[in-house]
Design a protein around this ligand. Sequence first.
Ligand code: ADP
Length: 235
Amino acid sequence: MVVGNMIHLRNVTRTYSSGSGLVRALDAVSLDIPAGEFVTISGPSGCGKSTLLNLLGGLDRPTSGEILVDGLPLHQADEKALTAYRRHTLGIVFQFFNLLPAMTVRENVELPLLLRGDPHKKAGLRVAEMLDVVGLSRRAHHFPHQLSGGEMQRTAIARALAGGPRLLLADEPTGNLDSANALNVCETLSKIASQKIAVLIIVTHSEPVAAMAPVRIQMLDGKILTHHNDRNPAR
Ligand code: ADP
């Protein structure tokens, strides 16, 4: 493994059995991503994007191959290690925000911190800091139904960042937004990426969103079709 890589995949294959035989959702994928990198992954429906995200999120295991995140071998980690990984190393942003409707913005962002046992005061300070990062300090006491789609997604981004993840996964984060809201969510994600506090991986169908990142991966049929890196254009 190359020292310094936050994410390391070697020959990762995930097959599913379906009525008509075996589907290779991921087919011997190898990939290395250094700490703090900003990556977008795109490709047609069915090319394996969700399968890859689920593996990186520790929600699924490969059929074969190695997958290490921050040194943790996810392909062989037990449930306890995976739970700790999801609580401390990982943040996830979903297409449909997944906010709790009966909780305010502040409470939504705070909840995962309290669930993992952070003290109230520390959690409160962290939430205030994260709401500032996503530009929602003035909305702290609003409920999700009082927010625009972009504000809901920025709340979800603050929640995903609150635990101090080293890997932030965003699954079609603008897929449910109009263009104005998509733009402000993209600006927020770019700002976070520029701070290099976490590897940011965005899975997207949107070409403008895919183009934002210096590292752009396109997938097809379970494989990496192209891997552009503006920092290393020769690749
Ligand atoms: P994408 O996210 O790019 O749309 P997926 O990772 O969801 O692609 O799917 C990749 C391939 O694996 C597709 O052919 C899909 O039908 C298949 N697949 C995904 N999940 C399952 C499953 N649970 N059972 C059977 N086949 C699956």
